[in-house]
Design a protein around this ligand. Structure first.
Ligand code: GN1
Ligand code: MG
Length: 406
């Protein structure tokens, strides 16, 4: 009975998805976009004045004066700065997006437990470590300013780099290995189950249901721009629940996972590319390993960036896929079950589809969730994601074979 369920799910996950995504979906649109009829929210990176930066370091009780303050990274949710002090110490300050994260205590509780656990295992001269969150002058893990901004501070991890995509096979392997190590390290985290900081975060069927609501409301009159993408999403909806069903049937375990494993969320040693530290820990919570693996492929192994305006140039780079998968399995060190290993290519296309659906939903809802910097930014992102999902689907069998042979 159990095995039959797994077999059915496997065939749903592989051949059925494959057939549908490759042959039944309409071609992805490349036509130019008209202007929207309502004006949605366009958010730009706010400035951080010298005075505000100085107040921040005082409130986190850091010694010295700020000599440089620069925006850091490409996150879509928080705004992040790197502050350099005249002591030569550098700190990362993040202005937390409290529209997205409501339960800040839960978020910081998870983060403190996870970072302490990984740091407690640090051995000898190995650089592998976790973030070191600083408390503010009152001992609180976040600092709230007079104008209600919420800030977090961590020491910058020196002599590291991060990559927006895997620009070499070596980087791909090491990024995969680092995220695998992260899961392996957390496999024996003791104590209560971590908080669900963003409930239903990787509930793919719920993401599809949210898209349907956005289509029904069409509050910004944008649906007409996105009919091809809406059709594409709908034609792949039946596969959305595959991983969740397997989990519900007991075939895939819940673990402590990162849930936002973009390749730029891992810092690699600037000389050797060895993994050093996984960052952006707000979404660390109970989850499925395959969503972490899949999201790493989505962000790292595409031929062009997520924001690339010409979606037809997006495809999966199979050599990068193979390196990431090999690294992930090496880092996870036997943690993954055979069924999880088999579903690795499927998870990559599923999460790519899921994130595409989220971009499309946000586009239809007027760009209230992801930071955007031009009018059709979220639709462009959706198009690259759907093109990537289709490309993964077309290579799925070969990807499976490559990792199993390797
Ligand atoms: C967001 O903020 P950032 O870039 O780390 C989002 C992820 C998406 C990603 C798409 C909390 O991550 O889920 O995959 O954008 N994070 C949240 O690039 O929603
Ligand atoms: Mg993030």
């Amino acid at each position: 009975m159990y095995n039959v369920a797994i077999q059915e799910a496997r065939s749903r996950a592989t051949s059925a998805f494959y057939v549908c995504i490759v042959t039944k979906t309409p071609p992805l649109s490349t036509k130019p976009l008209p202007r929207a009829i309502a004006t949605p929210l366009l958010r730009t990176i706010p400035m951080l004045s010298n005075e505000a930066a100085t107040n921040l370091i005082r409130n986190f009780d850091l010694k010295g004066e700020v000599i440089d303050c620069a925006p850091l990274g490409n996150g879509h949710i928080h705004h992040t700065w790197l502050l350099t002090l005249d002591t030569a110490d550098r700190y990362v300050f993040q202005n937390i997006n409290t529209d997205v994260f409501h339960n800040l205590d839960a978020m910081m509780d998870n983060m403190n437990r996870v970072t302490a656990h990984i740091n407690s295992r640090r051995q000898g001269s190995r650089r592998w470590q976790s973030l070191r969150p600083q408390t503010d002058v009152t001992g609180a893990p976040l600092h709230r300013t007079e104008n209600e901004d919420t800030w977090r501070c961590c020491a910058f991890v020196e002599k590291t780099t991060c990559h927006d995509r895997a620009d070499s096979e070596g980087v791909a392997y090491q990024a995969g290995r680092g995220f695998g190590m992260f899961q392996a390290d957390l496999a024996d985290l003791s104590g209560e189950r971590l908080h669900d900081t963003l409930p239903r975060f990787h509930d793919t069927p719920w993401r599809f249901a949210s898209l349907e609501k956005a289509i029904a409301h069409d509050a910004y009159g944008r649906c007409a721009n996105a009919q091809t993408e809406v059709d594409f999403a709908r034609s792949n909806q039946q596969f959305a629940s595959t991983l969740m069903d397997l989990h519900a049937e007991g075939a895939i375990p819940e673990r402590v996972t990162h849930n936002d494993t973009k390749i730029n969320n891992i810092l690699l040693d600037e000389e050797t590319n060895e993994p050093v530290c996984v960052v952006d820990l707000d979404t660390v919570m109970p989850g499925l390993s395959l969503y972490d693996f899949g999201d790493l492929i989505r962000s790292a192994a595409g031929s062009v960036p997520e924001d690339h305006p010409a979606a037809e140039e997006m495809h999966l780079c199979p050599n990068i896929y193979t390196q990431i998968a090999t690294g992930f399995l090496d880092g996870a060190d036997g943690l993954l079950l055979p069924i999880e290993i088999e579903l690795m290519p499927f998870s990559a296309k599923l999460i790519t589809l899921e994130i595409g659906v989220r971009f499309l939903t946000d586009y239809l809802e007027g760009d209230h969730y992801f930071n955007t910097d031009h009018e059709h930014h979220n639709l462009e992102r959706c198009r690259t994601q759907f093109a990537l999902a289709a490309s993964i689907a077309s290579q799925e069998k070969a990807l499976q074979a490559a990792v199993q042979q390797g």
